[in-house]
Design a protein around this ligand. Structure first.
Ligand code: SAH
Length: 176
């Protein structure tokens, strides 16, 4: 009983934490991903940060897919998604729809993810697990942000990096 009351209190506190959200129109482009478990994890990230949709391009696996369901915990039934065969065509179409494309990538021109002003209608672009964002897709991006790595590894898991950046974009004053 005490545990239930405790949980109710925690939930109320977390609900109040939503009040300083920046209500941007947020989407993600998953460029040529290979791992369906990463796609499932990405559906949970999209749900958690209030994203409108996921866009898949190239080889990125899409629902229905048994591995996506394992890591999405059902969020693939809630978050709208669409697919493009061509990575470049996806980038071009999204720009035509008014999305600013912000690449999340470790690249020379990238700026610190916490020092960037995210546009009102933004699609965060995430690259292939091994090869990253292709030059042909990067060419359509309006900006690029990176997450500084403090350990020995060169990069984060792709959907983890999506979460770090997305939560910063929607809670610009609360994290750092
Ligand atoms: N090229 C990387 C491997 C790609 S990681 C390497 O050399 O290790 C896959 C994707 O995750 C990247 O395309 C990028 O979108 C994202 N990513 C991972 N870590 C990142 C970081 N520290 N900063 C920005 N993007 C990152």
């Amino acid at each position: 009983m005490k545990a239930i009351r405790q949980k109710t209190k925690v939930r109320a506190k977390h609900r109040s934490g939503r009040s300083n959200v920046r209500p941007i129109h947020l989407a993600f482009l998953l460029q040529d991903w290979e791992d369906a478990y990463n796609v499932g994890g990405m559906f949970r990230v999209a749900d958690g940060c209030g994203s409108r949709e996921l866009i898949f391009s190239g080889r990125t696996p899409s629902p229905p897919h048994p591995q996506i369901g394992v890591t999405s915990l059902g969020q693939h039934r809630r978050i709208p998604f669409r697919s493009f065969e061509s990575n470049e065509a996806a980038a071009i179409a999204l720009k035509a729809e008014g999305y600013a494309l912000v690449a999340i990538e470790i690249a020379p021109e990238a700026v610190h993810y916490a020092e960037f002003d995210y546009p009102e209608k933004v699609c965060l672009v995430l690259g292939n697990e091994e090869k990253g964002i292709y030059g042909s897709v990067m060419a359509h991006c309006d900006a690029c942000v990176y997450i500084p790595m403090l350990g020995k590894g060169r990069s984060l898991n792709v959907h983890v990096s999506a979460a770090v950046v997305a939560f910063r974009a929607v809670f610009p004053g609360s994290q750092g």
